[in-house]
Design a protein around this ligand. Structure first.
Ligand SMILES: Cc1cc2nc3c(=O)[nH]c(=O)nc-3n(C[C@H](O)[C@H](O)[C@H](O)COP(=O)(O)O)c2cc1C
Length: 148
Protein backbone atom coordinates (compact mmCIF):
# COMPACT_ATOMS: atom_id res chain seq x y z
CA UNK A 1 0.00 0.00 0.00
CA UNK A 2 1.10 3.58 -0.68
CA UNK A 3 -0.17 6.94 0.55
CA UNK A 4 -0.33 9.87 -1.88
CA UNK A 5 -1.45 13.42 -1.21
CA UNK A 6 -1.99 16.74 -2.86
CA UNK A 7 -2.47 19.71 -0.57
CA UNK A 8 -2.71 23.46 -1.16
CA UNK A 9 -3.02 24.72 2.43
CA UNK A 10 -1.61 21.77 4.36
CA UNK A 11 -4.70 19.95 5.68
CA UNK A 12 -4.56 16.93 3.38
CA UNK A 13 -0.79 16.83 3.89
CA UNK A 14 -1.28 16.73 7.65
CA UNK A 15 -3.71 13.81 7.36
CA UNK A 16 -1.41 11.93 4.98
CA UNK A 17 1.53 12.41 7.36
CA UNK A 18 -0.42 11.29 10.42
CA UNK A 19 -1.69 8.27 8.55
CA UNK A 20 1.84 7.54 7.36
CA UNK A 21 3.02 7.54 10.99
CA UNK A 22 0.24 5.14 12.00
CA UNK A 23 0.83 2.76 9.09
CA UNK A 24 4.60 3.17 8.98
CA UNK A 25 4.56 4.43 5.40
CA UNK A 26 6.15 7.51 3.82
CA UNK A 27 3.44 9.60 2.18
CA UNK A 28 4.25 10.63 -1.38
CA UNK A 29 3.47 14.12 -2.54
CA UNK A 30 1.72 14.95 -5.79
CA UNK A 31 3.50 18.15 -6.80
CA UNK A 32 2.52 20.80 -9.27
CA UNK A 33 3.78 24.26 -10.20
CA UNK A 34 3.10 27.07 -7.72
CA UNK A 35 -0.04 28.99 -8.63
CA UNK A 36 -2.24 31.46 -6.79
CA UNK A 37 -5.51 30.74 -5.01
CA UNK A 38 -7.40 32.62 -7.75
CA UNK A 39 -5.76 30.57 -10.50
CA UNK A 40 -6.84 27.33 -8.81
CA UNK A 41 -10.26 28.69 -7.98
CA UNK A 42 -10.86 29.49 -11.65
CA UNK A 43 -9.68 26.05 -12.82
CA UNK A 44 -11.69 24.30 -10.11
CA UNK A 45 -14.90 25.33 -11.91
CA UNK A 46 -14.01 23.20 -14.96
CA UNK A 47 -14.90 19.55 -14.38
CA UNK A 48 -12.49 16.92 -15.79
CA UNK A 49 -9.74 19.49 -16.44
CA UNK A 50 -6.27 18.11 -15.69
CA UNK A 51 -3.23 20.13 -14.68
CA UNK A 52 0.23 18.57 -14.97
CA UNK A 53 1.51 17.13 -11.72
CA UNK A 54 4.65 15.27 -10.73
CA UNK A 55 4.78 12.19 -8.53
CA UNK A 56 6.60 8.93 -8.00
CA UNK A 57 4.99 6.21 -10.06
CA UNK A 58 2.84 4.03 -7.77
CA UNK A 59 4.08 0.47 -7.39
CA UNK A 60 1.33 -0.99 -5.19
CA UNK A 61 -2.10 -2.27 -6.09
CA UNK A 62 -3.66 -0.32 -3.19
CA UNK A 63 -3.40 3.45 -2.85
CA UNK A 64 -4.68 5.89 -0.26
CA UNK A 65 -5.11 9.36 -1.75
CA UNK A 66 -5.64 12.49 0.38
CA UNK A 67 -6.74 15.69 -1.35
CA UNK A 68 -8.98 18.77 -0.95
CA UNK A 69 -12.47 19.51 -2.19
CA UNK A 70 -12.23 22.25 -4.81
CA UNK A 71 -15.52 23.51 -6.29
CA UNK A 72 -16.09 20.87 -9.04
CA UNK A 73 -12.55 19.70 -9.72
CA UNK A 74 -9.02 19.56 -8.35
CA UNK A 75 -6.99 19.56 -11.61
CA UNK A 76 -3.71 18.03 -10.25
CA UNK A 77 -5.75 15.15 -8.76
CA UNK A 78 -7.68 14.66 -12.00
CA UNK A 79 -4.30 14.48 -13.77
CA UNK A 80 -3.02 11.92 -11.23
CA UNK A 81 -6.13 9.77 -11.62
CA UNK A 82 -5.81 9.78 -15.41
CA UNK A 83 -2.18 8.61 -15.19
CA UNK A 84 -2.13 5.94 -12.53
CA UNK A 85 -3.35 2.39 -12.43
CA UNK A 86 -4.11 0.34 -9.33
CA UNK A 87 -6.75 -2.06 -8.07
CA UNK A 88 -7.95 -0.34 -4.90
CA UNK A 89 -8.15 3.38 -4.33
CA UNK A 90 -9.14 4.81 -0.97
CA UNK A 91 -9.72 8.55 -1.21
CA UNK A 92 -9.70 10.85 1.81
CA UNK A 93 -11.17 14.21 0.86
CA UNK A 94 -10.88 17.25 3.13
CA UNK A 95 -13.39 20.04 2.66
CA UNK A 96 -14.34 23.43 4.07
CA UNK A 97 -18.06 22.86 4.48
CA UNK A 98 -20.07 22.72 1.29
CA UNK A 99 -20.80 20.48 -1.70
CA UNK A 100 -18.60 17.62 -0.53
CA UNK A 101 -21.02 14.74 -1.22
CA UNK A 102 -21.49 15.62 -4.88
CA UNK A 103 -17.74 16.08 -5.28
CA UNK A 104 -17.06 12.68 -3.67
CA UNK A 105 -19.55 11.11 -6.06
CA UNK A 106 -17.88 12.84 -9.01
CA UNK A 107 -14.42 11.54 -8.08
CA UNK A 108 -15.67 8.08 -7.22
CA UNK A 109 -17.23 7.83 -10.68
CA UNK A 110 -14.16 9.26 -12.42
CA UNK A 111 -11.74 6.92 -10.64
CA UNK A 112 -14.03 3.90 -11.09
CA UNK A 113 -13.64 4.14 -14.87
CA UNK A 114 -10.14 2.66 -14.48
CA UNK A 115 -9.93 1.31 -10.93
CA UNK A 116 -11.77 -1.77 -9.69
CA UNK A 117 -12.51 -0.64 -6.15
CA UNK A 118 -12.89 2.97 -5.04
CA UNK A 119 -13.97 4.11 -1.55
CA UNK A 120 -14.25 7.65 -0.18
CA UNK A 121 -13.91 9.17 3.29
CA UNK A 122 -14.91 12.81 3.77
CA UNK A 123 -13.56 14.98 6.56
CA UNK A 124 -14.17 18.62 7.36
CA UNK A 125 -11.09 20.86 7.56
CA UNK A 126 -12.15 22.20 10.98
CA UNK A 127 -12.29 18.67 12.43
CA UNK A 128 -8.80 17.86 11.16
CA UNK A 129 -7.53 20.89 13.06
CA UNK A 130 -9.62 20.63 16.25
CA UNK A 131 -10.29 16.92 16.68
CA UNK A 132 -7.18 15.43 15.10
CA UNK A 133 -6.94 12.23 17.12
CA UNK A 134 -10.67 11.48 16.82
CA UNK A 135 -10.47 11.98 13.05
CA UNK A 136 -7.44 9.67 12.86
CA UNK A 137 -9.29 7.01 14.86
CA UNK A 138 -12.22 7.29 12.44
CA UNK A 139 -9.95 7.00 9.40
CA UNK A 140 -8.14 3.98 10.82
CA UNK A 141 -11.39 2.22 11.65
CA UNK A 142 -12.74 3.06 8.17
CA UNK A 143 -9.61 1.54 6.60
CA UNK A 144 -9.99 -1.46 8.87
CA UNK A 145 -13.65 -1.87 7.90
CA UNK A 146 -12.93 -1.75 4.19
CA UNK A 147 -10.23 -4.34 4.56
CA UNK A 148 -6.80 -2.77 5.01
C1 LIG B 1 -9.57 26.64 -5.02
C2 LIG B 1 -10.30 26.14 -3.79
C3 LIG B 1 -11.64 25.79 -3.90
C4 LIG B 1 -12.33 25.30 -2.77
N1 LIG B 1 -13.64 24.94 -2.91
C5 LIG B 1 -14.30 24.41 -1.85
C6 LIG B 1 -15.66 23.96 -1.98
O1 LIG B 1 -16.28 24.07 -3.02
N2 LIG B 1 -16.25 23.41 -0.88
C7 LIG B 1 -15.61 23.27 0.32
O2 LIG B 1 -16.19 22.74 1.26
N3 LIG B 1 -14.33 23.70 0.48
C8 LIG B 1 -13.66 24.25 -0.57
N4 LIG B 1 -12.36 24.67 -0.42
C9 LIG B 1 -11.72 24.51 0.89
C10 LIG B 1 -10.87 23.24 0.95
O3 LIG B 1 -11.55 22.11 0.49
C11 LIG B 1 -10.47 22.94 2.41
O4 LIG B 1 -9.94 24.05 3.02
C12 LIG B 1 -9.46 21.78 2.43
O5 LIG B 1 -9.41 21.21 3.70
C13 LIG B 1 -8.07 22.26 2.05
O6 LIG B 1 -7.19 21.17 1.97
P1 LIG B 1 -5.63 21.40 1.75
O7 LIG B 1 -5.16 22.21 2.93
O8 LIG B 1 -5.04 20.04 1.75
O9 LIG B 1 -5.42 22.15 0.47
C14 LIG B 1 -11.67 25.18 -1.51
C15 LIG B 1 -10.32 25.56 -1.42
C16 LIG B 1 -9.63 26.05 -2.55
C17 LIG B 1 -8.17 26.42 -2.43
Amino acid sequence: MEIYYYSFTGISKKLAELLGECLNLRPKEIKTSKKSYFFWLLLSFIPYLSFKAYFEKPSSSTLVLCFPKWTFNCPPITYFLKKISCENLFMIITFGGWGEKKYAKFYKKLASQRIKRVEVFLVKRKRVLNETSKVMEEILSWLNRIGI
